[in-house]
Design a protein around this ligand. Structure first.
Ligand code: IMP
Length: 437
């Protein structure tokens, strides 16, 4: 059996699936953890020895001394936020040096004008964005005028000209509150701050993979928020599917060994957009409270609903997911019955997937109903110890989506997982010695 050397971890729903717990566990035995898309719209909280670390743009490997973290070319970096998050981590005792962190010279910058534009566009579009400037920064990237990290090293005049171009494009009126002279000054300071960390990261990663180093590609958001394949326009502005790990780092697809999709045992979503299995009753509220379903970045209450199998199957297809990790099964412990959506009625017609043209139609989920297990699964670490009904629930999902569930998570704690495939056992050795800060 070939050992997995490179692995992508993506969210298989609309984000907040609990990727962080998995990335954290897997990073212990990885050499590199690299982000490949998104910016500080992502959020991940780590609690280590009673200290809470909130990560948004930093890859989850940053708190470990044995791991080098990389922010890949596909990411967008808010220079003000980056410096703040960096300094907060250092204040908490995290050692950051170029052996621990590299930033791609090709990553694009989020400027204050992007944040302003995001807020203003939201008043019209009402997507429910995080208002962090993500969309407008990607717009400038695709428009081929973005200020990239490398631009900071091409002289003041060059930065000034690019900034003027960006302001003109945004419309001075729109962003007039933000003086570009101030931004220019800040950028010149930021250049000095980030300089030791800037690298040609595609080269580093490819060379290191050839040397046998283990690399984890850390997805942000979920694949149903993908700009091409998600519930457009209620999506984020990057490709969140696993193939983006390749384009967002410069590592070829043929170098990626495995893709794990992370899904909750139910579904949540923040922001607006389609959510056929959303619950508006006491059960939805119970899931929200028991699952602490509040956003890490914005604190917004997440919308909660039943597991949506057609949506999960789509995620598995579009993201090339090899195996699944099922999270938060314990959140369902007290329910009398649990539903799984197996197909939809679209204007009265049965369908087991949704086309984009279906979105304005009348969509009703068709459910399979399962008896609850009504006992605690919290902290269970082997499959056989789960209540029979919980086992049946998990086995039903795995069979329906024809993808093995290799990990089941039974509490927020790092060690509370059931590993169902020996290939992954070494990732969860319960050895926290790698957590040296
Ligand atoms: P944006 O990424 O800030 O532009 O937001 C676009 C959509 O993606 C909104 O519905 C956000 O709520 C959602 N979104 C962005 N980042 C995350 C995340 O990390 N978890 C869950 N949803 C997210």
């Amino acid at each position: 059996m070939k050992e997995i050397q490179t692995m992508v971890i993506v969210g298989a729903q609309w984000g907040d699936e609990g990727k962080g717990k998995l990335v954290d566990a897997f990073s212990e035995s990885s050499d590199y953890v690299t982000r490949f898309q998104g910016g500080h719209n992502a959020g991940h909280t780590l609690v280590i020895d009673g200290i809470t670390y909130k990560l948004s743009i930093m890859p989850s490997g940053i708190v470990r001394n044995n791991v080098r973290s990389i922010i890949g070319n596909g990411c967008v970096i808010d220079y003000r936020h980056f410096q703040k998050e960096f300094e907060t981590l250092v204040e908490k005792g995290v050692k950051i040096n170029p052996d621990k962190l590299l930033v791609s010279e090709d990553a694009s910058l989020i400027l204050p004008l992007h944040v302003e534009k995001d807020k203003q566009q939201e008043q019209v579009n009402n997507i429910g964005t995080t208002k962090k400037g993500i969309g407008p920064a990607y717009e400038d990237k695709i428009g081929r005028r973005a200020l990239k990290i490398a631009d900071l090293f091409l002289g003041e005049k060059h930065i000034k000209n690019k900034l003027i171009g960006l302001y003109e494009n945004a419309g001075y009126e729109l962003v007039k509150k933000i003086l570009y002279e101030d931004v220019l000054k800040e950028l010149l300071e930021f250049k000095k701050f980030i300089e030791p960390y800037v690298a040609t990261t595609w080269k580093v990663l490819n060379d290191e993979i050839k040397q046998g180093k283990k690399v984890l590609f850390e997805g942000a958001q979920g694949v149903l928020l993908d700009i091409d394949h998600g519930t457009y326009p209620y999506v984020t502005s990057s490709n969140t599917v696993s193939s983006s790990a390749s384009s967002g780092t410069g590592v070829g697809m043929n170098k990626i060994d495995h893709v794990i999709g992370v899904a909750k045992a139910y579904t949540t979503r923040v922001g607006n957009g389609e959510f056929p299995t959303e619950l508006f009753d006491d059960i939805g509220e119970h899931i929200c409270q028991k699952g602490h379903e509040y956003g890490t970045v914005t604190g917004r209450k997440r919308r909660c609903g039943w597991l949506d199998l057609p949506a999960l199957k789509k995620a598995i297809d579009i993201a090339g997911i090899d195996s699944l990790s099922l999270m938060k099964i314990d959140v369902l412990d007290e329910l009398d019955e649990i539903k799984i959506c197996t197909k939809y009625l679209v204007d009265g017609q049965e369908k087991d997937f949704l086309s984009t043209v279906d979105k304005n139609k009348n969509i009703t989920p068709v459910y399979e109903v399962f008896p609850g297990w009504k006992q605690s699964t919290e902290g269970i670490k082997d499959f056989d110890s789960l209540p029979e009904n919980a086992k049946k629930y998990i086995q039903y999902i795995e069979k329906a989506v024809q993808t093995p569930i290799v990990v089941v998570s039974t509490s927020p704690k790092r060690e509370d997982v059931i590993i169902r495939d020996v290939k992954f056992e070494h990732f969860f050795s319960n050895d926290t010695s790698g957590l040296k800060i």
